[in-house]
Write a protein that binds this ligand. Structure first.
Ligand SMILES: Nc1ncnc2c1ncn2[C@@H]1O[C@H](COP(=O)(O)OP(=O)(O)O)[C@@H](O)[C@H]1O
Ligand SMILES: [Mg+2]
Length: 449
């Protein structure tokens, strides 16, 4: 089969790396790809926002299935464009991708279908927002409803912070149209985890839970980033909690979207927080997380081609997904200064030495090749993933690998996995979490293209 992976980051590199292991793949393309992906795929110079250009290419190159990595093209309707042209594509339609692209829509859906989440209120004008927020208990979160590249959720400690945020978003329009709707959400307290499920619109199979590290600073302080590291399995999600999340959150959400006439095909990402009152949804995303993909995919034993095909042809219920029972940790090496101003163009050395350690893969997030030299070309530069028998050993190996890699001004957090280690439970990695079930949605509701 000929596959095309759309995207440029570490997550897409992980897709390409995993797909390349399949003996069903005869040709792999990446658009626009990266120097890391070029090891396994032919990179085609088409931006991930050029939806028509990508569809033209997929048609010309006779692609069997296109796998869409990032949320922006999904929210812009790339799946609809491909489908209209009769091209098979892995990802949700524009209507289904609203689960991520419109937080107001997602919260409304969850409340309508009794999916556990926080109280919320949506505002469309500044005056009403200011007035209504007086009644809200603080601290709370204010979030722009649209896509904001991970910068649109603002913690408001006091009513004063809320008023300032309303002004920034709705008067100064710091987030543009993404801030047309502003959502207030009750503060939920607990530890977060990422749950990924593969759905064909009717059934969903969820795989090993993982945990991201959002902030730039060790101890989870400082500015938010795209994610500074991840590990899986995340022990905060016990087998009991995993089951509860699948039954009360993931499955009902797939059913709700189908009932709303927006059947969801692709990867549904539940951003879960484990509160004293049980697991609740912070948000949904319409694709895998980055860097969580870089720890989850290496633990997937099943051929990713079979999973992608199962999602596309509606046979997820027949998938028998097998997971590695070890652990994986990914440490992101970033350009010093990120997520604020940083320099690029520094030569990167030592990737081969790091990978020679064994059970180590280096995923490229922001690199470029200049005169045959690999150089830094982004805030997050590479993700160094290692597998080990325990979380501790995967962490140790990841840092051993990081030490072999060198570029000027490199920055990385030294505490990836600290929550798992602080539980002191590392001795028992749980059975790989996974669940398949049939939703009660009738065939007709989901329909197919
Ligand atoms: N209601 C909430 N209670 C507690 N923390 C929250 C809440 N909403 C968001 N957060 C925190 O802010 C982060 C970003 O919010 P999220 O809704 O995931 O938006 P995005 O990922 O689109 O920026 C979350 O991972 C979480 O740490
Ligand atoms: Mg989030």
């Amino acid at each position: 089969m000929k596959f095309l992976v759309v995207g440029t980051g570490g997550r897409e590199h992980a897709y390409v790396w995993k797909l390349a292991q399949s003996n069903k793949i005869t040709k792999l393309y990446a658009a626009p790809g990266s120097p890391g992906m070029a090891r396994y795929a032919e990179c085609v110079d088409i931006a991930d926002g050029d939806l028509e250009g990508l569809a033209d290419f997929a048609h010309r190159a006779d692609i069997d299935i296109a796998v869409i990595g990032p949320e922006a093209p999904l929210a812009d309707g790339i799946v609809d464009i491909f489908s209209e042209r009769g091209l098979a594509v892995f990802g949700p339609t524009q209507a289904a991708a609203q689960i991520e692209a419109d937080k107001d829509f997602a919260l409304k859906l969850m409340h309508k279908y009794d999916i556990p989440t926080g109280a919320y209120e949506t505002f469309v004008d500044a005056e009403t927002a200011r007035e209504r927020l007086k009644a809200w208990q603080h601290p709370l979160y204010l979030k722009v409803s649209g896509l904001a590249a991970g910068k649109g959720a603002i913690y408001c400690e006091t009513p004063c912070d809320s008023l300032r945020t309303v002004d920034e978003v709705m008067v100064q329009r710091a987030f543009g149209a993404a801030g047309d709707k502003l959502v207030a959400m009750e503060l939920l307290e607990g530890e977060e985890a990422s749950i990924f499920g593969f759905s064909d619109g009717q059934n969903i199979v969820c795989i090993v839970p993982s945990q991201d590290h959002k902030t730039i600073g060790e101890g989870d302080v400082g500015l938010n980033t795209g994610g500074m590291g991840a590990y899986a399995p995340a022990p905060v999600i016990t087998p009991e909690l995993f089951d509860e999340i699948v039954q009360r959150i993931m499955k009902p959400t797939i059913r709700a979207l189908a009932l709303e006439g927006r059947p969801y095909r692709g990867i549904l990402f539940g951003g879960i927080i484990v509160t004293p009152a049980g697991p609740k949804v912070i948000e949904f995303n319409c694709r895998m997380g980055d860097p969580e993909a870089q720890v989850v995919l290496p633990l997937l034993k099943t051929d990713l081609v079979d999973i992608v095909a199962g999602v596309c042809d509606g046979s997820v219920a027949d998938l028998a997904i097998e997971l590695d029972d070890r652990a994986a940790t990914c440490v992101v090496m970033a350009s010093g200064g990120y997520p604020e101003a940083y320099e690029t163009g520094f030569p990167i050395a030592g990737i081969a030495r790091a990978e020679a350690l064994g059970d180590v893969v280096v995923f490229h997030a922001g690199t470029a090749r200049r005169d045959r030299q690999l150089v830094t070309n982004g805030g997050r530069v590479i993700g160094v993933t290692a597998i080990g028998d325990t979380i501790q050993s995967s962490i140790d190996r990841a840092y051993e690998a990081v030490e072999k890699i060198d570029f000027d001004n490199a920055y990385f957090r030294r505490d990836i996995g600290h929550r798992a280690l602080n539980r002191g439970i590392d001795s028992n990695i749980q059975e790989p979490a996974q669940s398949i079930f049939d939703s009660e949605v009738k065939n007709g509701v989901c329909g197919t293209r």
